[in-house]
Design a protein around this ligand. Structure first.
Ligand SMILES: CC(C)(COP(=O)(O)OP(=O)(O)OC[C@H]1O[C@@H](n2cnc3c(N)ncnc32)[C@H](O)[C@@H]1OP(=O)(O)O)[C@@H](O)C(=O)NCCC(=O)NCCS
Length: 176
C-alpha cells in the first residue's frame, strides 16, 4: 500500500463504470459522474495527516494499482473513518478487499493508535457489509434512505471497530 499518486487516476476512473457505481464507492457527496482526473486531482490535493489516500498495488507487479482506500483522521488522532474502498472490478472475490481493509486497520490501530475506526456502507452492498463484518466491524445503525439512485432510495449502515476489539480483549477495563 502506498500513497495515492495522480498517475493512478486513470485506473480509478476506469473502475467506476456508472453513476450508481460512483455513489456505491464514494457515498452521497464528494464526486459527480462522470468521474475524471480533475476531480481526483482535487481529492488527492487534500491528502495530509487528516486525510490519507492510498493505492493498493499488485503483489507481483508493484506498478499496477488494484485497489484504493482513504482514511479520514480527526485532529487529535483518536478516531478515524475508512472510506473510498474500491477494488479493480476484474480482481474482486480473491481477497484483495480483505487485504486492503486489513492493511488500513493495521495502520489505524497499530501505527496511529486510534480508538475508533468507523465507516459507512450502503445496506444493499452485501459483499462489502460481509467483508467488514468478517474483519470485525460491528453494525451500529441505519441511516434510512440517504440518497436516491435510479429511482430507488438507498439506506446506509454505520459500522465501527474499537481498539480493544482490534487488540482482541473485547472488554473494557473494569473500574476500580
Ligand atoms: C466491496 C469490495 C471492496 C470487496 O472487494 P473484494 O476484493 O471482492 O473482497 P474480497 O475478495 O476480500 O471478499 C469478497 C468476497 O470474495 C470471497 N473471497 C475472498 N477470497 C476468496 C478466494 N481466494 N476464493 C474465493 N472467494 C474468495 C469472500 O469470501 C467474499 O465473499 P462474499 O462476496 O460472499 O462476501 C469490492 O466488491 C468493490 O470494490 N466494490 C465496489 C465498491 C464498493 O462497494 N466499495 C465499498 C464501499 S463501502
Amino acid at each position: 500500500m502506498r500513497d495515492f499518486d495522480e498517475a493512478d487516476a486513470p485506473a480509478l476512473v476506469s473502475w467506476v463504470d456508472g453513476p450508481a457505481a460512483l455513489v456505491m464507492w464514494s457515498g452521497p457527496t464528494g464526486f459527480t459522474w462522470p468521474l475524471d482526473r480533475e476531480q481526483l486531482a482535487r481529492y488527492s490535493a487534500k491528502a495530509g495527516p487528516g486525510l490519507r489516500i492510498w493505492t493498493f498495488t499488485d503483489e507481483e507487479n508493484l506498478a499496477e494499482p488494484v485497489a484504493h482506500a482513504s482514511l479520514t483522521v480527526d485532529p487529535q488522532g483518536r478516531t478515524a473513518r475508512l472510506g473510498r474502498v474500491l477494488v479493480h472490478p476484474g480482481r474482486r472475490g480473491r481477497g484483495i478487499g480483505a487485504a486492503l481493509v486489513g492493511a488500513v486497520q493495521r495502520v489505524a490501530f497499530d501505527d496511529m493508535g486510534v480508538h475508533r475506526l468507523g465507516l459507512g456502507v450502503f445496506a444493499h452492498n452485501s459483499t462489502a457489509v460481509a467483508l467488514y463484518e468478517r474483519l470485525g466491524f460491528v453494525r451500529e445503525g441505519v441511516s434510512r434512505e440517504v440518497i436516491e439512485v435510479d429511482g430507488a432510495w438507498w439506506s446506509s449502515i454505520e459500522m465501527s471497530m474499537l481498539d480493544r476489539e482490534w487488540h482482541g480483549s473485547g472488554a473494557t477495563t473494569p473500574s476500580a
